[in-house]
Design a protein around this ligand. Structure first.
Ligand SMILES: Nc1ncnc2c1ncn2[C@@H]1O[C@H](COP(=O)(O)OP(=O)(O)OP(=O)(O)O)[C@@H](O)[C@H]1O
Length: 270
């Protein structure tokens, strides 16, 4: 594997916030007192109601937003500018229409001036991970929605970012396509030992994908209101997991936490 040199020792912290507060303009804090940690190789989901600040957390990791208070650490160091060690995949389709799938996927390595031979090898590897070998020579307009998502995923992962940020990347897909993408994502992430921080408001999506789910809400200002370690193991199959023993129980616990997360923190006590 190509990952011996990345120093992703288990337990090493990739992303951490300590007492982080974030707000915009002269408005009150959107998030406050946020303490979270993503370890190397972990798949962490941020689950919470719309507008609670999930994307805001990703943006602090990407260095696109500075906290008002507290610390944002990446690989043990404060994030002070745009963080080029992260990959970022959103709902947007940012494939270049005039480039083939292979050329789109190669883009991050070309920008980093990798040698041609290495680019070819890595593109072949990531197209294989994502079941896209047969689509290498096609243009984005010739792809289905699911294939476009897989190509974007390959492009987000190919430069082996220390952390992959994903903001509702499959929200626009139909249920069946989504389930397929969940399986593809888990497989690709396992093959590459990719560390992931994944935003969703869909509790089933969080449960089938993540090792750990942080429920965000209770605000404004919001924070981490609950944390769950998923008991499903690394070999899980996202397609069949929902029918397995114990899944309904996890869904119910997440549902209860999510319902509480909708209640503003101040009102909850009264
Ligand atoms: N650039 C900005 N300027 C002003 N307010 C912002 C900005 N970005 C986010 N906000 C506000 O911060 C809050 C949290 O937004 P954020 O996008 O992080 O929520 P979210 O949990 O990701 O929700 P959604 O699932 O709807 O994307 C919202 O009230 C939003 O209006």
């Amino acid at each position: 594997m190509h990952h011996q040199d990345t120093g992703r020792a288990p337990g090493r912290t990739i992303f951490e916030t300590r007492g982080m507060a974030v707000g915009f303009g002269d408005r009150p804090d959107v998030l406050a007192g946020v303490d979270l940690r993503v370890g190397a190789g972990e798949f962490v989901a941020l689950l919470g109601p719309s507008g609670c600040g999930k994307s805001t957390i990703l943006n602090t990791a990407a260095g696109l937003l500075r906290p008002r208070r507290g610390e944002v650490l990446f690989d043990g160091r404060p994030v002070t500018g745009v963080n080029t060690s992260v990959g970022y995949m959103t709902q947007d389709d940012t494939l270049l229409p005039w480039r083939t799938v292979a050329a789109n996927v190669a883009l991050p390595l070309r920008m980093r001036r990798f040698p041609k031979q290495r680019i070819q090898e890595e593109v072949a590897r990531y197209l294989a991970f994502l079941d896209l070998e047969h689509a290498a020579g096609l243009y984005p307009a010739q792809l289905s929605g699911g294939m476009r998502r897989r190509a974007l995923l390959a492009r987000s992962m190919i430069y082996d970012p220390a952390l992959l940020l994903m903001d509702e990347p499959f929200a626009a897909l139909d249920a069946q396509m989504r389930q397929q993408l969940h399986a593809d994502l888990r497989r690709a992430v396992r093959s590459t030992e990719q560390t992931v921080l994944f935003v969703t408001h869909d509790l089933t999506e969080a449960a089938v994908l993540a090792d750990r789910v942080l429920v965000i809400g209770g605000g404004p200002p919001g924070g981490v209101v609950a944390e769950f370690t998923m008991p499903f193991g690394a070999e899980r199959d996202p397609a069949t997991l929902p029918y397995e023993d114990g899944f309904a129980q996890v869904q119910q616990e997440l549902q209860e936490a999510l319902t509480k997360a909708r209640v503003p923190a101040a009102k909850e006590e009264g």
